[in-house]
Structures are given as structure tokens and as C-alpha cells.
Design a protein around this ligand. Sequence first.
Ligand code: ACO
Length: 282
Amino acid sequence: MTQKPPGLESLPQENVLVKIEEGIAWVTLNRPSKRNAFNPAIVYEMVQVMDVLEMEESARCVVITGAGDAFSAGQDLKEYFREMDAGHPMLRERLYRANSAWQWRRMMHYPKPTIAMVNGWCFGGAFQVLLACDLAVADEEATFGLSEINWGIIPAGIVTKSVAMALSQRKALYYILTGETFDGRTAEDIGIVNFAVPKDQLVAKTTAIAKKLIEKNPNVLRACKTAYHYTREMSWDAAAEYLAAKSDQTKFWDPEKGADKGMKQFLDEKSYRPGLGAYRRD
Ligand code: ACO
């Protein structure tokens, strides 16, 4: 007999608040007085949140945002760096592993679609989360910055790599080397977020995108993400082979047999146009 996974009731709802509405899991980093800087408490709570939401059927899309006027000010300089550097090396190692797990290793391949809703300050380590999410929407007045250079470190974790993948060389090196801040509109121009909107439209825009994702076949959404991330780093021939196998695997394991349904509705029933919208999932 398989054990029931822990549900929403198991979450502390302290450093991270979670609510689910109409299929959207709203995950709010909740240390506004410290601009939602990632301390060990947030890290370990986020690992729990990701575990729970993965198995929570009512959560079809995950939105990450921050309480107050910050998305996140990045890693906590005191609790994540100074205190951990002075402590037991194994505790530091354990924390770093958990941090990279939630911020990008799992986030990038999370089995549900993810959206970063950048509501304010977004610095340093927060870029890991931002760029590991599938999509991102920002307040046009939000402030972004790779501030590591300003206090004498390189953008580590996976920040430099993420930024190099997301931006042109000129833009990436400009922001890495100068630490200059930029706003949400620039973030949209350079492609770090999908859309920048006025603050009062942030939730509505994010909800509209999440609803689009929720309408799609979740099994295929999951496979699309995995295929995108792995094929980026493969040769063309390896990618073609991988995609052929992934495509067959996706159809084989799809509980709702979406491809068969879509084909029947288009070719036989002539009841929808795949170019213009999704098949009926009933
Ligand atoms: N680590 C630890 N504490 C932080 C952090 C952080 N990254 N960011 C903010 N805080 C704390 C401040 O120390 C302050 O605490 P206090 O009230 O106990 O003094 C509180 O949050 C509020 O910060 P202020 O600076 O007073 O807030 P303000 O709104 O004026 O400025 C800003 C916000 C611009 C985000 C500023 O706090 C800042 O520059 N933070 C650091 C941002 C940064 O460089 N992040 C990258 C970290 S390195 C990395 O992620 C790899």
C-alpha cells in the first residue's frame, strides 16, 4: 500500500505562505521586513512547499511572489552567508544543497508550470528563482540587479549560468560587471520576463497566463518543459533522437490520451481547430 503524501495542512505557513485558488497555487515568500531575503528558514520551508505542491492535485500551476515591496533581495547576507560560513561545514553544505534544489534544480524541471510574479526588489540569488521559473511577469516599476559585484562576490550558485543562457553576451556582462539596476520594463525588453505591467495589473496578468496553462494537458506541459531544457544542451542529432523517444513516451503515459482525442475531434468530428485552441478535455 502506498503512503499518502503530506498535504497543505503539513505546511508551517510561516516564512512561505501558500494558498490555492482555482487551480493556481500562490506561493508568497514571507519575510517582508528582510525584503524576503533567502535565509535557511525560507530555504527549508520552500523545499517542503515544493514537495507538497508536486502531489497536490488542486495545484495545476505554481506562482512564486513576495510579500510586501520585494520579490526577494537574494541570499540573506547574515544568515545564509556570514553565519553559515562561521558554522559547521556540513550544515553549510546541506543548506546549499537544499537551496539549489528549490531555487533551480527542481524548479527548472518542476512537473507543473511555474510563473515568477516579480512584485518589487529582485537581486542576486533571486535571479535563480526568476530564471528557473517557466514564465515571469513583473511590476514595470520593480527593480532588478545583479548586485554581487557591489559587495565583492561573483554571481554564484547558478546565477551567472542562468543569466548567460537568458541574455545576450553584451547585456549579461553589462549587468554582471556593473551591478547597475534596471526596471521591469527593461527586464521585458531584454527578455528576462515575459511581460511588465503596472502594479495594479500584476495579479490579473499573472492569473490570465496561469489560466491558459491550466487549460492544457498537464502531462504534455510537463514533457514540453523537460524536452526544452534537455535539448538546449544536446547536439542536433541527439536532440532529434531524444525528442522522438520523448514524444512516444509522452503519448504512451498520457492518462487522458490527448493526442488521440485531438486527432479524432479535428479529423473525424471536425469540432475544433488545433491551430486556434486546445481539444476538449472532457
Ligand atoms: N540579506 C540580509 N538582509 C537583508 C538583505 C539581504 N540580502 N536585503 C535586505 N535585508 C535586510 C536589511 O539588512 C534590513 O534589515 P534591518 O531592518 O534589520 O536593518 C531590512 O532587510 C530592510 O532592508 P533595507 O536596506 O532597510 O530596505 P530598503 O527598502 O531601503 O532597500 C534593498 C531594499 C535595495 C533590497 C536593500 O535592502 C539591499 O540592497 N539589499 C541587498 C540586496 C543584494 O545585494 N542582494 C544580493 C545578495 S547576494 C546573493 O543573493 C548571492
